[in-house]
Design a protein around this ligand. Structure first.
Ligand SMILES: [Zn+2]
Length: 113
C-alpha cells in the first residue's frame, strides 16, 4: 500500500525531529496533500491511525489539508490551476508549464510537549 509507506516516513521524520527537540509526545500534526499527488487523503488518514500506535505520535490528532494544484506558464508566467492531463496556459496557450504546487505531501507543522 502506497500510502502506508508515505505515512511511515512522515511519522519517522516527525518522531526524529520531536526527539531532537526533547518532546515527550506529539499532540497535533497538520499535513498538506497536493491535489495532484498520487496519495488518497482518506487512505493517508487511515494509514496514520494505524502507523501512529506505539510511536511518539500515538496521541496526536491530524489535520489533513488538500492543496490545490498550481502551474506556472513558462512563457508568460501566468499562474493557473492545471486540468490534467493538459497543462495549457489559459492566457497564452503555451502547452508546457511547470508545477508550482499540488504534487507533494509535506508536514506543514506539528505541536508537541
Ligand atoms: Zn502563458
Amino acid at each position: 500500500m502506497h500510502e502506508l509507506s508515505i505515512v511511515s516516513s512522515l511519522i519517522e521524520i516527525i518522531a526524529t525531529d520531536a526527539r531532537e527537540k526533547g518532546l515527550q509526545e506529539v499532540t497535533f500534526v497538520r499535513l498538506i496533500i497536493g491535489a495532484l499527488s498520487s496519495a488518497n487523503p482518506r487512505a493517508i488518514e487511515f494509514a496514520l491511525e494505524h502507523a501512529k500506535s506505539g510511536s511518539i505520535l500515538e496521541g496526536a490528532s491530524f489535520e489533513i489539508v488538500v492543496e490545490e494544484a498550481q502551474s506556472k506558464c513558462v512563457n508568460c508566467a501566468t499562474l493557473f490551476e492545471p486540468q490534467l492531463p493538459f497543462l495549457m496556459c489559459p492566457s497564452c496557450g503555451t502547452p508546457s508549464s511547470s508545477f508550482e504546487k499540488g504534487r507533494e505531501i509535506y508536514i506543514d507543522y506539528y505541536e508537541g510537549e
